[in-house]
Ligand binder design. Structure first.
Ligand code: SF4
Length: 459
């Protein structure tokens, strides 16, 4: 059982991470690669790593996740994985017939120093890559960063490899999606389409990891950004990145390669972040905001003002990925709630500066990110002074259970509930769903703790 600690004891623990608030880079790389049509992710390392990454994604999305592995043995660890990868490329194209193989590295192949770029060039030179097919890679050493870094590295890999500038600009914009659910990607496409803007979004896991049951196994589902779409991104007039951690590197790479100007904003989670997203779309997509979008916003405001008294002043602890935590914190403040503890295992200096600005009027708030910002720290903070609500991935349930605090599952991974793949959390309708879920949790707890009301209900 976790005991109450003094503030100085909590500050002093820097050499040890207990229950990290993150997972490993290749999980993110694999998820990003699945957002491209006909793409088979390939894990350059041992079978165990690949099995873990596939399992993590399958348990969260409740869908089969296809991926290949270089199947390192002791020999590969000593002599290098070149022979395995060249053979893998030939075998995968011959048997599984993907359009793209997206290779990511693991701790082992990074540690022994495999030059994946050179190995893949060797595979191309030896005609192991059929005409019209592609193999590319991203470096994803898991002893730095997190699953978000892996996602960002793979998206950057695609943005560096595919876009082509023909010199003739197209009347379309690029949207680089940060790490969000398939349902969120579908919702973003719905919003952009409703504004009449032509666009290419990548990656796009809708219709890949939220597929209907048809009774037939499909190796490459119908969704995902296609190769022609990716090639055309070099001719787009502008790029909007959604999520600083996940998309900035890709937007920069695309700009460097094809001179497509860009702006990176927050994921459109909550009221103000969605407002900013709509403004960006309106400005760079040269489109006006349709009535349907204004109506969605109006309904959200209506619910917030109707139910404000139940949310006002509620203390919240949240943990997860920075691209989601920053707009979520902003949204909680908009709801007059108090996001007092915020933890992310993903490193990055911007986290502190963004939080400092957001939480300037909430002196009791504590936040931390990086390797030592773990679930243990969050639990210690909650032990010192409890909260009314915890928001985060499945692993928060142990703290919630110990401390008897309502718990909203949000982020990655969610292993023990469904819904996240099907119902969006982004945009105004997504924000409405978040408010509804928070209200249900808070009011359920109040109902349970109020015997008079219980009697009334029974009568
Ligand atoms: S060895 Fe590295 S890449 Fe493989 S599962 Fe562990 S952290 Fe991830």
């Amino acid at each position: 059982m976790l005991l109450r600690h003094t503030t100085s004891e909590i500050k002093d623990r820097t050499a040890l991470t207990v229950n990290p608030a993150k997972t490993c880079q290749p999980v993110g790389a694999m998820y990003a690669a699945l957002g491209f049509h006909g793409c088979l992710p390939h894990s350059h390392g041992s079978q165990g790593c690949c099995s873990y990454h596939r399992t993590a994604l399958t348990r969260h999305y409740k869908e089969p996740v296809m991926a290949a592995t270089s199947s390192f043995t002791e020999g590969s660890a000593v002599f290098g994985g070149q022979a395995n990868l060249v053979q893998a490329v030939e075998t995968i194209f011959a048997i599984y017939e993907p359009d793209i193989i997206a290779v990511h590295t693991t701790c082992l192949s990074e540690t022994i120093g495999d030059d994946v770029n050179q190995i893949l060039q060797k595979a191309r030179d030896e005609d192991k890559v059929p005409k019209g097919k592609y193999v590319m890679h991203a470096s994803t050493p898991s002893y730095v960063g997190s699953h978000v870094t892996g996602y960002a590295n793979m998206v950057k890999g695609f943005a560096s490899y595919f876009p082509v500038s023909t010199g003739k600009k197209l009347n379309q914009i690029n949207i680089i999606s940060g790490w969000i659910e398939p349902s969120d990607m579908r919702e973003i496409k719905r919003i952009v389409s409703s504004m009449g803007i032509k666009f290419v979004m990548f990656p796009d896991t809708s219709d890949v990891l939220d597929n209907p049951m048809t009774g037939k196994f499909v190796m490459y589902p119908k969704g995902g950004t296609t190769i022609p779409e990716m090639l055309s991104t070099g001719d787009s007039k502008f790029t909007i990145g959604l999520g600083h951690w996940a998309t900035t590197d890709a937007a920069v790479a695309l700009d460097n390669k094809c001179k497509v100007r860009f702006e990176v904003g927050d994921l459109p989670i909550g009221l103000r972040a969605t407002d900013r997203f709509i403004k960006l779309l309106s400005k760079f997509g040269t489109a006006s905001v349709p009535e349907s979008v204004n109506d969605d916003r109006g309904r959200l405001i209506d619910v917030i003002s109707d139910m404000h008294q139940y949310l006002y002043g509620k203390r919240v602890a949240l943990f997860g990925d920075p691209d989601q935590l920053i707009p979520m914190t902003e949204f909680l403040l908009d709801l007059d709630m108090k996001p007092v503890y915020i933890v992310s295992g993903t490193p990055g200096n911007d986290f502190s500066s963004r939080m400092e600005k957001l939480l300037a009027n909430l002196p009791e708030a504590k936040y931390k990110n990086g390797a030592n910002a773990d679930m243990f720290l969050l639990h210690q903070w909650i032990k010192q002074e409890p909260v009314d609500l915890i928001i985060g991935n499945t692993y928060g349930k142990y703290i919630a259970r110990d401390e008897k605090i309502p718990f909203l599952r949000f982020g990655f991974p969610i292993l023990d509930r469904i819904g996240h793949s099907y119902f969006p959390s982004v945009g105004y309708t997504g924000a409405l769903r978040l408010v509804e879920k928070m209200l249900s949790l808070i009011m359920d707890k109040q109902d349970m703790e109020c015997p008079e009301e219980k009697v009334e209900l029974v009568m």
